[in-house]
Structure formats: C-alpha cells, structure tokens
Design a protein around this ligand. Structure first.
Ligand code: PMV
Length: 335
C-alpha cells in the first residue's frame, strides 16, 4: 500500500565525538561516540508518493513561514541518493516527493544533517512500507553518510559503537531522557555555512599527528561519560566532554590542509564558561565541526548560563535546548 509519512527527528550533541571516517560515504567511524538527543532542534520530513508522470521532488523551507522551495543541488543529490538506497533495501521502486523543514533557523550554523537524515530515513522507510527495528533504522540512517544521524533515531543518551562498517551494528540507548534532565544552551557566534564540510573533516582527520593520540584516549573517555550518565554527575562528565571537543578542533587545525572552525567569539564564549565555573556554576562547553558553542548545564543553572552567554561580544543569538525523547511520527505534513 502507498502510504505517505511524516516524521520529526531531533538533532543531537555529541559528548564523545565521531571524528575521522574509514569510509565517509557510508559513515564508517574510527571511534565510538556518545551523544545527547536534543528536544527543540528538530527536522520535520514528509515523504509522499507521486503519480507516475510527475517528477520526483526534494523541497525544503528556507526560513520559518517561507514557502517550500527546491532544495539546493548538493543537498537534493544526497537526499536522492539516500532514497535510492532505501528503495533498494525495501525492494520497492516508488516515486517519492520529499518536503523538509527545520525548527531551528537554517542559518544558525547548527548541524542539521543528523536530524535531517534521521527524519528522512524514518519517513521514507514508513512510506515504502519497510518493517525495520530501531537498530536497523539507525544503521540505515548512518548509511546516508551522516554518521550522527545514526544516533538521532533514538532519544535520551545514545552510544554508537565502532562498527567497522558492519551494518548489523547500530547505535543504542544508554539511558532515556527522563533519566537525567540536562540542558544545552547554544551560543551562536557564526550563522554561515561551515568553511569545510564534516565529510572533508572526517577524511582529513587521519593526517593530523594528534589523531592516534586521541584514539588512545577514546576508551577512557567513553567509560567516563557512560559512568557520569549512570551517576548523573555533571562534575564528572564536564571536564571529559570539554577536553574531547578541544581535541576534535586540535585535530582539525593540525590536519593537512588545516581546518579552522573557531571564530574569535568561540574563544570568548569558552572564557565565559570558565568564568561561570569560577563562580561555582557547573557549565561545560562542547563544539561540533563549527564555531558555535554548546554549553551543557543543569536546569537550575540554565538562566544564568544563558544570560552570561548573551553578554559575550560576538554572540549573535542564544538558543536553549534540552535532552529529549527522540523522533516521532506526526500527523501534520510539511506543506
Ligand atoms: O554526522 P556527520 O557525518 O556530519 O559528522 C558529525 C561530526 C560531529 O558533529 C563533529 C561529531 C558528532 O559525533 O556528532
């Protein structure tokens, strides 16, 4: 039966990062990663069947309230390639129309590939009538080339093991969202697209002299973050996730050719976060492949952290998010 489907999937912020790929097209990582699934930063995606004479379309909403428009070429090509993969997996040759929108400003410079490809995978497999387990959906999402999408198929705290490209290995939940109410206060310091894609960053990572040194530390970091989640200990987790984020950028900056994601305001935010800690506020920073800073804190500190970040020169906006329960099917399609 041809059934149209709409899903919402959240973005996630990694505490131990996926950085460096054996195969970037299938997102085969060198190391395990752990993330927190967010709640408010979401992608909504509708996949509909089109009549045989109509052309397939990939549409997106460029800004809140704006009409749907054809997606930019490179993004549309990635979506079509992923649809082809899902069609092969389902053995169905349906012609599909995709419409997608983000709850967070597209120009905020925040990673939307995790939420985008998780939502697309869930909506397209539902539209194609694929009966897949959550683990299989996570593995399919990863094969889009966005590794972090494998984690956004789940809510709460999620680990993605080192899978050597084995498609039966998928991300899994370490703890549900209600286990630990953590907040993510995001300082947006650069809203433009990142200068080097994470795909190129993953490829270049192994050229850094620090790549192997970080891999040596990963197991200890994963154990520490897992234990901190189990104990709900921000004091235990914070230093580990901040070191880990700095290592990602150290590797990026020492790759050949080097990649500089940070802006001056990134450093100013990191300093503000250290000052918050000097003032006995448990707040710890992490950054993905970009200039923006995610500050992880308890609910009781969220207002103070947001006020402090707003005051930092160069911060364009502050977004507030929190750990969330993961994707869901929704009735209202993207129109
Ligand atoms: O999901 P990708 O392939 O765009 O890579 C994500 C890389 C980081 O966001 C920097 C780290 C992570 O684990 O999410």
């Amino acid at each position: 039966m041809n059934r149209d489907a709409t899903y919402e999937a959240p973005s996630n912020i990694a505490f131990v990062k996926y950085w460096g790929a054996r195969d970037p097209d299938r997102a085969v990582p060198w190391n395990r990663s752990i993330s927190m699934t967010l709640d408010r930063c979401r992608t909504r995606c509708t996949v509909e069947h089109v009549r045989s004479r109509e052309a397939e379309q990939v549409l997106f909403r460029p800004a809140p309230g704006a009409p749907l428009a054809p997606a930019p070429g490179p993004f549309a090509a990635r979506v079509t390639a992923h649809l082809d993969r899902l069609r092969r997996a389902s053995g169905r040759d349906a012609r599909l129309r995709v419409a997608t929108e983000n709850s967070f400003p597209a120009a905020a410079g925040l990673a939307s590939s995790a939420s985008g490809f998780a939502a697309l995978t869930l909506a397209a497999t539902a539209a194609l009538g694929v009966h897949a387990t959550p683990g299989e959906l996570s593995s399919l999402a990863r094969q889009s080339g966005s590794g972090s999408a494998a984690r956004s198929v789940f809510g709460g705290y999620v680990e993605w093991p080192r899978d050597f490209g084995d498609e039966s290995v998928s991300a899994h939940v370490l703890a549900p969202a209600e286990h630990w109410d953590l907040r993510d206060v995001i300082a947006v310091v650069d809203a433009s697209p990142k200068p080097v894609s994470s795909r190129d960053g993953h490829l270049r990572a192994t050229t850094s002299p620090y790549f192997d040194r970080r891999l040596d530390r990963i197991d200890r970091r994963v154990e520490a973050v897992r234990a901190a989640i189990a104990e709900r200990s921000l004091e235990r987790m914070g230093p580990v996730i901040e070191d880990e984020a700095i290592d990602l950028h150290l590797i990026a900056m020492s790759s050949a050719p080097p990649i500089f994601y940070w802006k001056p305001a990134t450093l100013a935010v990191l300093e503000a976060v250290r000052r918050l800690r000097d003032d006995r506020t448990a707040a710890w920073a992490t950054m993905d492949a970009g200039a923006n800073v995610h500050v992880i804190c308890d609910p009781a500190s969220e207002d103070k952290v947001a006020r402090a970040l707003q005051r930092v020169p160069g911060v364009q906006s502050v977004l507030r998010d929190r750990v969330g329960p993961g994707p869901r099917a929704v009735a209202e399609p993207v129109r």
